[in-house]
Structure formats: structure tokens, C-alpha cells
Design a protein around this ligand. Structure first.
Ligand SMILES: Nc1ncnc2c1ncn2[C@@H]1O[C@H](COP(=O)(O)OP(=O)(O)O)[C@@H](O)[C@H]1O
Ligand SMILES: [Mg+2]
Length: 335
């Protein structure tokens, strides 16, 4: 597959702050790649270097196979959306969305058609004649999205675009962005610190920590096969258990859904006794917290079973998991 974006050993410092360690990344055409990581891990810096809004100290940026390290932002063929991406306050919503098309001198009828369609896409068909200040924050964000997408850039960079929206609208917009990604065939780099959002939206996740890439992989690779303690803990809950064979430099991790409360006579590769401290019925799943003799707690998430043997807090339960569901991790965070 064609490489759309390439970072080659790119670095960036702000004074004594190392925002980006030497970082290389290839993004294939059409991919939805999410940069996920804690605040300050270098996500925005990486995105801004791609956009040309920030110059890197070393390394190179390649776009569509062309060396673009020093290319001006508007010559990169990239659409940008940020959390606080200002609309033109004196232009109506429709005029805002039309703006990139006017700049490109598209025929009037074509502009009208595309603006109307974008307003449908972001589910705001009635507000074309309003000014931005007459819209809620969430609506303004959707207009910003429409304005960025309307000229169908082949690359779209989004930095926490849904951060300011409430949960319901966030979910709707996630679906919209996914759908648009498929429809436009654009390559999308999406920044979030929300692991569920990253899981839900991405073809691949680039997990960042401390100015570098901690792990790059599909959502299920990152979730089921994390390579570091950092990756295991950042995405989902990690239960750390004693390794089967003593390997001093490794930790052993099991996800909550792979730890079962064993029924009488039920077997598993590893079985431990623990005291049940808490059980929460979440609907399809129940979440149990159990304390080992060592004082450590394990979390088990199992299908709820209406007809199962009732569990009582304080009782000793047998927890079990299988070797195929355990992951060995290096002790060091990051790389
Ligand atoms: N313009 C700037 N001036 C000084 N330090 C900056 C600037 N931009 C980012 N940084 C620092 O660089 C590091 C990475 O920041 P950033 O890329 O914004 O992280 P993220 O987007 O993952 O939260 C942080 O330590 C941040 O404080
Ligand atoms: Mg940021």
C-alpha cells in the first residue's frame, strides 16, 4: 500500500523540554491512525510538525512521497481541525463552509451543492444562515469539521476535535467521522487522550509516552498484546499476576475478562484463592474485585449469570486464568 505520510527521525525540543524524541512513523494511504497518550506526551507536537505549523529540529517529513519538511502549511494538501478551531465570526455557517471552495474557485452551483451536503452530513441542515455565535459549542465544532472536509483533502489531521462535546454528541460525531473517513477515503490522523475513543475509531493506534512512540498497532494488538507496563495500564485495566516461571525482569498481565470466578470443579491453567471484596452488576457483565493473600487486588469481569451460584462479599472464591491469556511485559515503561 502507498505511504501517504512519513516521519523520519523527527525531533523537537522547546528549550530544555524534549517534546519529541527521534520519531519515525509511516501512515499508509486511507488509514485512520490515532495518536493516543497522556497529556504532554508529544501528540500535538507530532501533528503540528506534519501540518507544517511547527518546524522540527531534525529529521524529515514526507507527504505523498515528496520531501515536505520545509513545505508551507497551505501547500501540504492537509485539512486541520483543532478543539478550539475558530470559525469566521462575521460569516454565516454556509459561508464558513463555502470558504475553502471559494478559495479554490469552484463553480457557484457546485459550492452550493457541496455546502448543503456537508450540512446534512454534520446534521445541521437548518443552520446555514446563522452566524457562528448563534450556535452551541458542539454545533460550532461540527461546522468546523464541515469546513475542513468540504474540499475533500486527502489528509485530515484532528487534534482532540471532540474534547469539548458532551458524551452523546461525541458518540454521534465519532460515528460521523468514521463514516466520512470511509466515504472520502482520506488518510486521517486523530489525536485523543481517551482510550475508548481511540479503540472505537482507529485502524491503528500510535501510543505515545514521554515524547516517543510506546507502541504502534491495531486496537486489539495494543489491548491484548501490550509490550510494556505503560501500554498495558494506559489501555484498559491490567491485572499484574506472578509469572508462571520466575522471570525476574518481567511482569505478567491478565485482562479482567480473562479472569474467571471458577465454579466447583472448574479448571484453569492458574488458580488462586481470593476474598471477594466487591461485585457490581453492570448488565451483561459483572465486575468483581477480589483480594489475594498478598494483599494485591485482581479485577475480574465476567458475563452476568442470573442462574449462577450467588456470590457473597467476604467469601473465598477461586479465580482462574489460562496461559494463553497472559502477557509477559518488560518492566520498563515506554519503548
Ligand atoms: N510552544 C511550546 N513551548 C514550550 N513547550 C511546549 C510547547 N508546545 C509543547 N510544549 C511541551 O512539549 C511537550 C509535548 O507537548 P504536546 O505535544 O502539546 O503534548 P500533548 O499534545 O501530547 O499533550 C510538553 O512537555 C509541552 O509542555
Ligand atoms: Mg495536545
Amino acid at each position: 500500500m502507498k505511504t501517504k505520510l512519513r516521519l523520519d527521525q523527527v525531533t523537537k525540543s522547546y528549550g530544555s523540554v524534549r517534546a519529541l524524541r527521534p520519531t519515525s512513523l509511516d501512515v499508509p494511504e486511507g488509514e485512520f491512525l490515532t495518536l493516543l497518550g497522556p497529556s504532554g506526551s508529544g501528540k500535538s507536537t507530532l501533528l503540528q510538525i506534519l501540518a507544517g505549523l511547527t518546524a522540527c529540529d531534525q529529521g524529515d517529513v514526507w507527504i505523498d512521497g515528496r520531501l515536505s519538511t520545509n513545505t508551507a502549511p497551505h501547500d501540504r494538501g492537509i485539512g486541520l481541525i483543532f478543539q478550539n478551531y475558530a470559525l469566521f465570526p462575521h460569516l454565516t455557517v454556509a459561508q464558513n463552509i463555502a470558504f475553502p471552495l471559494e478559495m479554490r474557485r469552484l463553480p457557484r452551483a457546485e459550492i452550493k451543492r457541496r455546502v448543503a451536503r456537508m450540512l446534512e452530513v454534520v446534521q445541521l441542515p437548518q443552520v446555514g444562515d446563522r452566524l457562528p455565535r448563534e450556535l452551541s459549542g458542539g454545533q460550532q465544532q461540527r461546522v468546523a469539521f464541515a469546513r475542513c472536509s468540504v474540499y475533500e483533502p486527502s489528509i485530515i489531521l484532528m487534534d482532540e476535535p471532540l474534547g469539548a462535546l458532551d458524551k452523546r454528541l461525541r458518540d454521534d460525531m465519532q460515528t460521523e467521522i468514521r463514516r466520512l473517513h470511509k466515504e472520502l477515503g482520506a488518510t486521517i490522523l486523530y489525536v485523543t487522550h481517551d482510550q475508548e475513543e481511540a479503540m472505537a475509531m482507529s485502524d491503528r493506534i500510535c501510543l505515545m509516552n514521554d515524547g516517543g512512540i510506546a507502541q504502534l498497532g491495531t486496537p486489539s494488538e495494543i489491548y491484548f498484546r501490550p509490550r510494556s507496563v505503560f501500554a498495558a495500564e494506559f489501555v484498559g485495566h491490567a491485572n499484574f499476576v506472578a509469572p508462571v516461571s520466575e522471570t525476574p525482569s518481567s511482569k505478567c498481565m491478565v485482562r479482567p475478562e480473562n479472569i474467571r470466578i471458577l465454579k466447583e470443579g472448574e479448571k484453569a491453567d492458574t488458580v488462586v484463592n481470593a476474598i471477594l471484596e466487591d461485585t457490581i452488576m453492570l448488565g451483561a457483565f459483572s465486575r468483581h474485585v477480589a483480594r489475594l493473600g498478598t494483599g494485591e487486588r485482581l479485577i475480574a469481569v465476567n458475563w452476568s449469570d442470573e442462574n449462577g451460584v450467588p456470590l457473597h462479599l467476604g467469601e473465598t472464591v477461586r479465580l482462574g486464568w489460562d496461559a494463553c491469556n497472559t502477557v509477559m511485559l518488560a518492566m520498563e515503561a515506554g519503548q
